[in-house]
Write a protein that binds this ligand. Structure first.
Ligand SMILES: [Zn+2]
Length: 325
């Protein structure tokens, strides 16, 4: 990842690249634009550029660059690089922040104190710089915003802030006046399609999702998820009908449809889930037992799926065995 991975935001990316090559990276940016268009990605790319030992735009491949974009596997799920400080609603639990309860509605002053202010007296861990990313900065409550103000105005040396927000009007004027705006626009259909194709989503599905997305990658991905969910629901319905049909014609027909492996896996998972759900809801022990047996058949198939290239045969055998229960 790096600036090259950001699709469809030429103006914003050019602004940041120019600042980097001139050695004039501002100490506090405000990335404005709709959800899911690359603001966070751009903030991380800027962090890579500032923290990469080889300088320039950041190589995207070294240990430092990788740790900027790799999130800790345990809580809090923050970048592994110690010089990238993340502020985000609900990112830290109450105990970490010394609060009585978790944040739910807004970013608390406790988070600003703990994550940002407490670190400012110290040098960056690895020397080059330190980047504070405040995600969805409009969610800072008034106290938190005020606590941040002085540091935003006069940050310690080599410290850079990036505030991202889809709702800049909800920021305090004082925060807005202390940050330099970089605008991110809605994505064009071409850029969105490219993003989806890069994620391995098929052309047809990408086209349907882009039509519903209104220029937001987040909305496009949600549309893909929904599309997949309704596809899975349709498959589960067809499979269950085939299992109880008077003959096996429907089984053969269903088994004949070849789909991508991960789609097939998702369909089998949905079928297993539905058997489990109905088993738990079953009225009597005999029905529950039959559903449990059908559930096991599907789960067994999921187990062998990676070793078994013949998808139609596998599905046929699953459905025939489910019929026999
Ligand atoms: Zn690097």
């Amino acid at each position: 990842m790096s600036f090259a991975g950001i699709v469809g935001q030429e103006v914003a990316v050019t602004t940041l690249r120019r600042a980097l090559s001139a050695g004039r990276v501002h100490h506090a940016y405000r990335f404005e634009g709709p959800r899911g268009v690359g603001k966070h990605l751009a903030a991380l790319s800027l962090a890579q550029a500032l923290l990469c030992p080889s300088g320039g735009e950041g190589c995207g491949a070294c240990d430092a660059c990788k740790r900027v974009v790799t999130v800790a596997s345990s809580e809090p799920h923050v970048p592994q690089h110690p010089d990238v400080l993340m502020v985000e609603l609900g990112l830290y639990d109450a105990e970490t922040l010394g609060r009585k309860s978790d944040e739910t509605r807004d970013i608390s002053v406790a988070q600003i104190r703990k994550v940002v202010l407490a670190r400012m007296p110290f040098q960056p861990h690895e020397g080059r710089a330190r980047v504070v990313i405040v995600r969805d900065a409009h969610l800072l409550n008034v106290q938190a915003a005020n606590a941040l103000l002085k540091t935003l105005e006069e940050p310690p040396a080599r410290t850079h802030f990036v505030l991202t927000t889809p709702r800049p009007d909800d920021l305090l004027d004082t925060i807005r006046s202390r940050t330099l705006r970089v605008r991110f626009g809605p994505l064009g259909d071409g850029a969105l399609t490219e993003l989806l194709l890069r994620r391995g989503i098929t052309g047809d599905q990408a086209a349907r999702a882009v039509a519903l997305a209104g220029g937001s990658a987040e909305a496009a991905l949600a549309a893909v998820d929904q599309d997949e969910a309704s596809d899975e629901a349709a498959f589960v319905e067809a499979a269950e009908a085939a299992v109880v049909a008077p003959d096996s014609t429907a089984v053969m027909k269903l088994a004949d449809v070849k789909v991508a492996r991960d789609v097939f896996r998702a369909r089998l998972l949905a079928l297993a889930r539905e058997q489990a759900r109905r088993c738990r809801a079953a009225a009597d022990a005999r029905a529950a037992e039959a559903l449990a047996a059908r559930y096991s058949i599907v789960v067994d198939a999921l187990d062998v799926l990676d070793r078994n290239p013949a998808q139609p045969l596998l599905l046929e055998s699953v459905l025939l065995r489910m019929r026999a229960v």
